[in-house]
Design a protein around this ligand. Structure first.
Ligand code: ADP
Ligand code: MG
Ligand code: ZN
Length: 493
């Protein structure tokens, strides 16, 4: 079934059923070294290059806690307004897997370091975050034609697992929640938040209930979603599947699912009955994680503005609309681009105009041409030159768009293009009057028509003047000069 058909079916079932979604998000922290050893974490190293006896799980070794991880974890807890536990515990989660050499994963279980946070959506709905815990990543199995391989570079890389309450009510809300989480970790500079490289992975728990019913329905869990789009598609598909089951009188079974992006379907990985018993117990090799008030305050002191605070400031200080402020702060680099350009053009160019140009012209090219941050093709400096020329009146709006198109396709600076193309707007009244006089002369009958009350003709006459100036005359001045010239000519007759 196509995504489009899914969407129709999805909208149809919403009058009967309410979707309930909770996300478990794994976020890779960008520390230099791993969680319990000093191996490097960098992406793209040779297979098994970043390993040592600790993360290889050799017997007789002792893990030691990387305190940078704890500081990053605290940043995240503060950002979502959560409570930090003074003494939390690392536990062993036992299971067998070829890329898990120890036979257990070190994670936090009943005593995580962080609980009771929240995140507000643009609608104002607040999504509770039940807990965050620190844990280590597993390695990676690579399946070749004749053999399978194990790469343990990722084993022991620090992750935060961020668990939302079952409070999201649609695939779109899940998408927005995830985007906002990603923005926060990027603002905090604790993760690159790159979904394609697996820095953020998401398990989606999905159930539905009849409208008006309070109890939660039986949920399924879709594992390891790796793009925003797939999070939305998988949840939509799953909601439809569950509604079909309930409509036909069949109960939903609690299962763990995998999403196949190619077919757009979920398939069962395991059922509740054969879900493993992990036999958690506190890791005897690691002491308690102690986070006292002083440490909390020390980390708090290092925090810079978060998306919500930035949006509030953009609204209050620069007078941007809430919608513009939210969109501009949606991504840290975009917000920085806006602030950089604004600082170069203020007060000649109003913040509103900077915001408009960035959110429409700039972002369109940025997305279409798949530019990455920081901006190098259209730099803040060049963009500032363009907006300054526009607001100082040396470029008309139309010319500014032309210049911007050329900036985007060639990477040349705005001022270079304006100079090279001789594109400066002409504000010289005498020069404009001369051409206006010519047009009034050559189109005497149109002028007469205008004088009989045919207002539309005026636009035609303006167009003639602008055409002769190859678009370079200041349109406002052309308007004024033309009115002036027509009145003079009518007074003479
Ligand atoms: P587990 O430890 O088995 O994964 P949790 O109770 O910790 O289960 O919940 C994991 C995730 O499932 C959380 O994000 C939570 O919000 C979500 N969840 C729990 N119950 C439901 C439900 N009925 N429908 C949708 N999501 C749910
Ligand atoms: Mg789970
Ligand atoms: Zn190691």
């Amino acid at each position: 079934m196509s995504d489009h058909e899914n969407q129709e079916q999805f909208e149809g079932l919403l009058s009967r059923y309410e979707p309930v979604i909770g996300l478990e998000v794994h976020c890779q922290l960008k520390t230099e070294s791993k969680l319990f050893c000093s191996c490097k974490t960098q992406f793209g190293a040779l297979a098994n290059q970043n390993t040592c006896p600790v993360c290889l799980g050799l017997p007789g070794v002792l893990p030691f806690l990387n305190h940078q991880v704890v500081d990053y974890a605290i940043r995240m807890a503060i950002a979502i307004g959560a409570t930090v536990r003074e003494k939390s515990v690392f536990a062993r989660k036992q299971y067998f897997y070829p890329d898990l050499p120890k036979g257990y994963q070190i994670t936090q279980y009943d005593l995580p370091y962080c609980e009771n946070g929240h995140l507000a959506l643009n609608s104002g709905r607040v999504i509770p975050i039940e807990r965050i815990h620190m844990e280590e990543d597993a390695g990676k199995s690579i399946h070749g034609d004749n053999a399978s391989y194990v790469d343990l570079n990722r084993a022991g890389i620090p992750l935060l697992e961020i668990v939302s309450a079952p409070a999201l009510r649609s695939p779109l809300e899940a998408h927005e929640y995830l985007r906002k989480l990603r923005a926060i970790v990027r603002y905090l500079d604790i993760s690159d938040g790159n979904m394609e490289e697996g820095s953020i992975r998401c398990d989606a728990n999905v159930s539905i209930r009849r409208r008006g019913v309070k109890e939660l329905g039986v949920r399924t869990e879709i594992k390891n979603l790796n793009s925003f789009k797939n999070v939305e598609r998988a949840i939509t598909y799953e909601i439809i599947r569950q509604a079909d089951l309930l409509d036909s009188g069949t109960a939903v079974k609690q299962v763990t699912l995998l999403f196949d992006a190619a077919s757009g379907r979920t398939q069962v990985m395991r059922s509740k009955e054969d879900s493993p018993d992990y036999r958690y117990f506190p890791d005897p090799d690691l002491g308690l994680v102690q986070i006292d008030q002083a440490r909390l305050e020390a980390v708090r002191a290092t925090l810079t503005e978060l998306p919500v605070q930035k949006a509030k400031r953009f609204h209050e200080v620069f007078g941007l609309t809430d919608a513009d402020a939210l969109q501009l702060t949606d991504e840290k680099e975009l917000a920085l681009f806006f602030e950089d350009v604004l600082s170069r053009v203020s007060p000649i160019v109003p913040a509103k105009i900077v915001a408009n140009w960035i959110l429409t012209e700039y972002l369109r090219e940025h997305n279409n041409r798949q530019w990455t941050w920081p901006a190098t093709i259209v730099t803040p400096e060049s963009f500032a030159q363009l907006l300054r020329a526009l607001c100082e009146g040396t470029l008309s709006g139309k010319m500014a768009k032309m210049v911007f198109d050329e900036m985007a396709s060639t990477g040349a600076n705005a001022s270079e293009i304006i100079k090279l193309r001789g594109l400066l707007q002409i504000n010289d009244a005498d020069e404009i009057r001369a051409v206006v006089a010519q047009v009034v002369r050559e189109h005497a009958d149109q002028v007469a028509l205008y004088l009989t009350g045919k207002q539309k003709v005026f636009g035609f006459l303006v167009g003639q003047v602008l055409r002769l100036s190859q678009g370079r005359f200041n349109p406002g001045m052309v308007n004024d000069c033309l009115k002036e010239a027509i009145h003079e000519s009518s007074a003479k007759n």
